[in-house]
Design a protein around this ligand. Structure first.
Ligand SMILES: C[S@@+](CC[C@H](N)C(=O)[O-])C[C@H]1O[C@@H](n2cnc3c(N)ncnc32)[C@H](O)[C@@H]1O
Length: 453
């Protein structure tokens, strides 16, 4: 069967998709007034809707075992939202911190509901900020996450550790104490607590840098307090937004005029929002005694026994070839949090910088090698016949497209996996220098189902 090849025939979608969804939290009704000293938008640009990995809509192509392909198509086909408040990527704890190529939570939820048995064990070996883990916990499953990026591990752990009301109240209390400390330093014109490198000086307005410094100092002074790790991530969530950079994955400048005290007020507000989201998440879990997800730092292309193995299913969105450099995108956050990026720089799969100077054929070969190492590492961790679902988009090297469905199908066969079904949907390509690669045939995002043979 020519599985994972192109198929132009759109297949019918489930007649009542809503029935397959589990109930989600109600929307918040209270409208918050904008914080004082509202930050200006980047000049000349109105904020667009947030893009999430699978958040575009459009026709879905399917191939392979029809029943399985339909489940994949349903998971992939999440309607676009242009209303920020209505954007499901921002409900629960998902939207607390930006993360490049985050999976759409509705996609994660639908995949887990369709392919993981009730109460089953699911692994996401490229867990990123933890979208699959959060949704699996809400469905009462036992998730395990792995990621090479220490920031991802911290975020995924934060989101998947249920907290008591006392812990959440304490988090808000400590955030307010740190904010008060930072306000006081600003008012008394206390100088920087340390010398800053040229990178930070170029990235932030001087008064913003001073406020961030006071917040970081206030957090450090919490010592071994439980709230410290959470507040470090609250600070991390603000870094790019308060900088002169347009976004994590963009070097473009976005000059911002921020009023004095704005960064500190945002910090306290963000901590309150995090506590609310964690409370909602905990209240949504099917059992009050639900254990946290097991999350660890590690390389998904190197065999190592994971806690929870053998797994009933694997659901993940691996990095795309030659598309992102997570170590670079997160370098500011990693530096501010004191996290070690050495392993990340050495072993990041698909890192764009590594693919930049190699010809297309060699790039495809290299990518196949990475996919094979990953599938081989995971084969020993799965129960017999366990489904493996990969959410991946096509990428490009120069003017050549790397079609994820075709390369995964080839790699799978030599690693003892059988391609069973796929669903694919067109996605825009935002990278100008490689635009020619998708002129003849659009770039697609694929939900690919494999099973161990
Ligand atoms: C597409 S992102 C996953 C996003 C995630 N699904 C989410 O919703 O946040 C791919 C992830 O792969 C991680 N990664 C890259 N190379 C890796 C490797 N060799 N082993 C484990 N994780 C790796 C990156 O750090 C990144 O978090």
């Amino acid at each position: 069967m020519a599985i994972f090849r192109r198929d132009r025939r759109p297949k019918r979608q489930p007649s009542d998709p809503a029935k397959a969804d589990l109930p989600r939290l109600g929307k918040k009704t209270g409208k918050k007034s904008p914080p004082r000293g509202l930050a200006e938008r980047p000049r000349g640009k109105a904020p667009g809707p947030k893009r999430s990995l699978t958040h575009v809509g459009g026709k879905v192509e399917t191939e392979g075992v029809a029943e399985e392909a339909q489940k994949l198509a349903f998971a992939l086909d999440v309607k676009a939202s242009t209303d920020r408040d209505d954007d499901t990527t921002r409900s629960y704890v998902h939207g607390f911190h930006s993360y490049p190529a985050r999976m759409h939570p509705v996609t994660a939820q639908r995949l887990a509901a369709a392919f993981v048995p009730r109460g089953g064990r699911v692994v996401d070996p490229f867990c990123g900020s933890g979208t699959v883990l959060v949704e699996a916990m809400i469905l009462g499953m036992k998730p395990t996450g792995l990621d090479l990026n220490p920031l991802a591990v911290r975020l995924a752990k934060l989101k998947t550790t249920p907290r008591t009301d006392t812990e959440l109240d304490h988090l808000v209390h400590q955030a307010e104490a740190v904010a008060e400390f930072a306000h006081a330093r600003r008012k008394t014109k206390a100088g920087a607590s340390r010398r800053f490198g040229l990178e930070d000086i170029a990235l932030f307005e001087p008064h913003v840098l001073l406020e961030l410094d006071s917040l970081a100092l206030g957090i450090r002074e919490l010592g071994k307090d439980h709230a410290r790790g959470d507040l470090e991530l609250v600070l991390s969530s603000l870094l790019t937004r308060m900088s002169r950079r347009r976004g994590d994955t963009s070097e473009g400048a976005a000059p911002r005029r921020l009023a004095a005290g704005f960064v500190t007020r945002q910090f306290a507000g963000k901590a309150r929002e995090l506590a609310d989201r964690l409370r909602e998440f905990r209240n949504t879990l099917p059992s009050a005694a639900q254990a946290p997800a097991s999350v660890r730092q590690g390389n998904a292309t190197k065999p190592a026994k994971l806690p929870g193995a053998p797994f009933d299913a694997l659901i993940t969105s691996p990095p795309y070839a030659a598309t992102y450099d997570y170590a670079d995108h997160h370098s500011v956050r990693l530096r501010w949090l004191g996290l070690d990026a050495t392993e990340m720089r050495r072993n990041e799969m698909g890192a764009r910088a590594r693919y930049a100077d190699i010809p297309a054929l060699a790039a495809a070969r290299e990518w196949m090698g990475e996919l094979r190492s990953f599938l081989t590492a995971m084969a020993g961790q799965l129960a017999p016949c366990a489904p493996v679902i990969l959410l991946m988009a096509d990428s490009a090297v120069g003017a050549s497209a790397l079609r994820a469905n075709e390369l995964v199908a080839k790699a799978a066969r030599v690693c003892g996996f059988k391609p069973v079904a796929r669903a694919s949907q067109a996605r825009p390509h935002f990278h100008g220098p490689t635009a020619a690669a998708f002129r003849a045939r659009p770039r697609m995002e694929h939900a690919l189902l494999l099973r161990k043979e």
